[in-house]
Design a protein around this ligand. Structure first.
Ligand SMILES: *Cc1c(COP(=O)(O)O)cnc(C)c1O
Length: 245
């Protein structure tokens, strides 16, 4: 790990945070309403350490075995500040147990079947005294309707919300989505659609869904203007060649 990379990650963080503050300001919001998740799926533990030194405290992984590997590598180091890892990627039922207790938030509950599986495993672990509390989760919604995207269709979430809220062992904290790449207007529509769906579910079900996880390297400013409370940033954080004007 050369000094140049550390400097770059630090300088980029300052720019990213300034950009976030500007975007939030345009929406009458402020930085303390938002969590920045540094998506470390393409980098190693040394890069994560550099990011911690630069000020990042929450990381996102999309593969359970990487989540396990990185949390293990960083655990028990008295020189490190406390950091958290979120699970942001596709989760198979046979990997749920590896993620429970290690991920502070699971962003990617994309089907009722997965929600039920996480619920039953979490409940079992809580009963066995192996897990302190229910697992915090977000419901992944395919707002844009792109075929390649996973998650609930909006109509499916509307239909399943009652059941999702009833599941013990998990606590639904909000919604997550990914926008199609390459068009800021379509991204904006996607994020706005997520927020409107959230507002509707809160109203219809009398529940609080405070978190909206949306916004990646190419569209986080638009996401923050549209109400995102969690941005998931990978390349813009870790890739020194990713354009950040
Ligand atoms: C990779 C990934 C990100 C980060 O993407 P960038 O474009 O590199 O910022 C965010 N969310 C999910 C679910 C991802 O898989």
């Amino acid at each position: 790990m050369d000094e140049g990379y550390r400097d770059s990650i630090r300088a980029r963080r300052e720019l990213i945070v300034a950009r976030m503050a500007d975007a939030l300001g345009r929406a009458g919001r402020s930085l303390d309403e938002v969590q920045l998740v540094a998506v470390s799926k393409t980098v190693g533990v040394d890069e994560v350490r550099a990011a911690i030194a630069a000020g990042y405290r929450v990381f996102g992984e999309n593969r359970p075995q990487e989540l396990v590997r990185k949390t293990a590598a960083l655990a028990g180091d008295p020189d490190l500040p406390a950091v958290r890892f979120d699970m942001i990627g596709n989760l198979q039922t046979n990997k749920i147990n590896a993620v429970l207790g290690r991920a502070s938030l699971i962003h990617s509950i994309g089907s009722l079947h997965l929600a039920q599986a996480v619920s039953s495993r979490a409940r079992r672990r809580i009963d066995a005294g192996e897990l302190d509390a229910s697992a915090d989760v977000l419901i992944e919604v395919n707002v844009s309707g792109e075929e390649s995207k996973s998650g609930f269709a909006p109509a499916e979430v509307r239909a399943a919300m009652g059941e999702l809220m009833e599941l013990s062992g998990i606590r639904v904290r909000g919604l997550m989505t990914m926008a199609p790449r390459g068009d800021q207007d379509i991204a904006r529509r996607t994020f706005r659609g997520l927020r409107e769906l959230r507002d509707e579910l809160e109203r219809d079900h009398g529940v609080a869904l405070p978190e909206l996880s949306c916004g990646m390297s190419e569209d986080f400013e638009v996401a923050l203007e549209e109400g995102s409370t969690i941005v998931r940033l990978g390349r813009v954080v870790f890739d020194p060649s990713f354009a950040l004007q």
